[in-house]
Structure formats: C-alpha cells, structure tokens
Ligand binder design. Structure first.
Ligand code: BTN
Length: 237
C-alpha cells in the first residue's frame, strides 16, 4: 500500500523523480505533479502534461517483485482506473494491455517499469490521465474525461479516488491470481473475439484475440491459424 504522497508543482517527469526518491524512502510512495515538462509514455513517446490538464503520478511499490506477474499487474491497475472512472462515466473501454479509452479515444495510459536501485527492487507505475482540456491541444486520438463527464473534473477529488482504488487493486494483485478478476476485466476489454493488427517491438501480424491467461498475456490466433501468446503489443483494428 501507498504510505506517502509527495506533491510536486512542476517536474520533468514523475517517473524520473520517483527513481530519485527511490533509495531515500523506505516505504511505498507516490509522486504526483501538477505539470510535467517532459512526460514520457511507452515506446519513448511524449505524454503531454499541462497544468490543470490531468493526473500525472508515479507509484513506487518497494515490495519484492514477481517479474513474471508484471503484465498481470497492469491489468489489476487497469481495473483501479475503471473503478475511478466509473464515478464519472460508464463508457469505459480497456485496451489491452495498458490503455483506457472513451469514445474510441485514449484518455489514460500506464507505464509500468521494473526498477532495481542496486540493493532494492520495486515497481514504478506511471499513470497519466487526461482530465480537463487546456489551451494546449490534445492530439486527434486523445480525449479528456471531462469531454464525456460534460463538466470540469476536480483534480484533487479525482486523485483521492484514484489513490484509494490503486491501493485496493494493488492489494488484490498481491493476494489473488488474475483469474479472480478476469471476468471483471473482460467486461471492459474490447480484445477477446476481435481481429487486430498486432505490432510488437519486432514484428507485425494480423490475428484474432481469443484469451487472456493468468500472467495477463494475450492468446492470439494469427492468420496462419497458429496460436501465439503475446506479452505486449499495440492493437489496431
Ligand atoms: C502510455 O500510454 O504510453 C503511458 C503514459 C504514461 C504517462 C505517465 S504521466 C506520469 C508518469 N510520468 C511520466 O513521464 N510518464 C508517466
């Protein structure tokens, strides 16, 4: 569970800040910033993080890490996001493995990193959520929560709700296998039964997603009828 919340005004990235604090703190903590000047997403993409625009935080879990369960970890945390979003809208779609979509556009992404300081290990979980529009334009493929909530989202209230849910689902992640929340996850996922183009770090192929296993990996029938198990990919229709 998270024991300490560190609020910052402006940082380059809460993810790098979390790493700086890592060895200084003995317990789990989260670094939250009002704005990031160099927010990063997966595949080194930029994560726009203007002031008053969203939630930008990095959670540090300094517990011993089961690296084989990091993908499942993402899926548990996705459910924490769903539970938080539910206060505002019902139209939540989880895009396996890391993103939350509203109306076909991305509202949130997770960046999960295994971290080892030399003498201690942990998970550094970055969460970025677009909450309110600002004068900095979002890309075409992005949306803010307030666009569907049709009212300004109070960032402090949202943060409080999110921390509670992340704590809850982290506790679940530590105590039960993914199969226990699989049904819940599938209620919000668009993956199973659908055809996608899968782009991984080293290849691209078409296929149909058929299952998610206990590690959180996706099982896919590719075009040649072969079944593949993938840990992470970009899914596009
Ligand atoms: C993605 O969708 O690619 C993941 C985006 C993660 C963005 C968050 S914002 C807080 C934390 N600090 C960063 O620089 N990145 C993550």
């Amino acid at each position: 569970y998270i024991n300490e919340v560190i609020f910052e005004k402006s940082v380059d990235s809460t993810q790098t800040r979390a790493k700086e604090y890592f060895s200084l703190k003995s317990k789990n903590f989260v670094v939250i910033a009002e704005e990031q000047t160099n927010g990063v997403g997966r595949f080194k993409r930029e994560w726009k993080s203007p002031i008053n625009g969203g939630f930008y935080g990095s959670f540090v879990f300094k517990d011993n890490v089961d690296r084989d369960r990091l993908s499942a970890f993402n899926l548990f945390i996705s459910l924490a996001l769903v539970e938080t979003f539910k206060y505002y809208t019902d139209e939540i779609v989880l895009k396996w493995p890391n993103d939350v979509y509203l109306n076909g556009k991305k509202v949130s992404g997770l960046l999960t990193e295994y971290y080892n300081s030399g003498d201690e290990e942990g998970i550094i979980l970055g969460i970025g959520i677009n909450l309110n529009p600002t004068r900095h334009e979002l890309v075409e493929t992005a949306i803010t929560l307030s666009d569907v909530f049709e009212s300004k989202v109070n960032i402090q209230v949202f943060t409080h709700q999110l921390l509670k849910k992340v704590n809850h689902y982290y506790g679940l992640y530590r105590s039960v296998p993914f199969s226990k929340v699989r049904e819940e996850y599938l209620k919000y996922s668009n993956a199973l039964g659908n055809e996608f183009t899968f782009t991984t770090l080293d290849e691209q192929f078409k296929g149909k997603a058929v299952d998610i296993d206990d590690r959180g990996f996706l099982k896919v029938y590719d075009e040649s009828g072969k079944i593949r198990t993938i840990m992470s990919a970009d899914l596009n229709i």
